[in-house]
Design a protein. Structure first.
Length: 224
C-alpha cells in the first residue's frame, strides 16, 4: 500500500496558483478569441461568396483534422520566429504566447461549427423579414440572427469550454508550467507525485463537473 501524505500541497499552494493562473489565461483567451473568430468563420461559411466560403471551410477542416498537441507544437516552432521578426527580442514568454495563439485558433474551428449550427437553427424567414424592414443583410445577421444563435448554442459553447479547460494540460509538451505541469513538477521534486496528481485530478474534476452542472441547469431553464 502507498502511504499518502497531502501535507506538501499546502506549502506548494502559491506555486500551484501561478500555474492555475496560466491555465485560466489560456482558457479564457481561447474562449473569447475562439468564439469571436469562430463566429466570423461561421458567417463566412454560409456566405454566398464562394471563395470566402471555401477559405473558411478549409480553415475549419484543417484544424479539426489534426491533433491539438500537434497544433501546439506547430505554433511553438512558428510563433517565436514570427515574434522575433516583428518585435526583435522585446517579447514576453514565447511559450505562453505560442500556446495562446495555438489554442485560440484551434478552438475557433470548433466554435465555428457550433455557431454555424446555431445560425442554421434560426428560421431564415427572420433574416428575410429584417431585410424587408430596411436592414442590410449584415445588420439583420448581427441584430436578429446571431443573438438567437448564441442563445440556442449556449449549452454547446459552455460544453466546449469545459473540453478546452481540460485540454490546456497539453501545454506540457512545450515545457509551459500550467496547473497540471506545475503539479507534476512539484510532485516529482518532493517525491509526492501520486498525491499531487490526485489533487490536480480532483481540481480538474471539480471545475469541470461544476460547469457541467451549470450547463445542465441552463439547458433545463432554456427548455422551459
Amino acid at each position: 500500500m502507498i502511504s499518502l501524505d497531502f501535507g506538501s500541497i499546502t506549502g506548494a499552494a502559491p506555486i500551484l496558483l501561478q500555474g492555475a493562473w496560466i491555465t485560466a489565461r489560456i482558457t479564457l483567451t481561447a474562449i473569447v478569441v475562439g468564439i469571436l473568430w469562430g463566429t466570423v468563420l461561421a458567417v463566412a461559411r454560409l456566405s454566398s461568396i464562394r471563395i470566402l466560403a471555401w477559405a473558411a471551410a478549409a480553415y475549419v477542416n484543417l484544424f479539426r483534422s489534426v491533433p491539438l498537441v500537434m497544433v501546439i507544437l506547430w505554433f511553438f516552432l512558428i510563433v517565436p520566429q514570427l515574434m522575433r521578426t516583428l518585435f526583435g527580442n522585446a517579447v514576453g514568454d514565447i511559450r505562453l504566447t505560442s500556446a495562446l495563439v495555438a489554442f485560440a485558433l484551434f478552438e475557433a474551428a470548433y466554435y465555428a461549427e457550433i455557431m454555424r449550427a446555431g445560425i442554421l437553427s434560426v428560421s431564415q424567414g427572420q433574416l428575410h423579414a429584417g431585410i424587408a424592414l430596411g436592414l442590410t443583410r449584415n445588420e439583420a445577421m448581427r441584430l436578429i440572427i446571431l443573438p438567437q444563435a448564441f442563445r440556442n448554442m449556449m449549452p454547446l459553447l459552455l460544453t466546449q469550454a469545459v473540453i478546452l479547460f481540460q485540454d490546456t494540460s497539453l501545454v506540457y509538451v512545450i515545457g509551459l508550467s500550467d496547473f497540471f505541469g506545475t503539479a507534476y513538477k512539484l510532485g516529482d521534486r518532493d517525491g509526492r507525485l501520486v498525491e499531487m496528481l490526485l489533487f490536480a485530478g480532483a481540481v480538474y474534476f471539480g471545475v469541470s463537473f461544476s460547469i457541467s452542472q451549470g450547463v445542465a441547469r441552463f439547458q433545463k431553464r432554456s427548455t422551459r
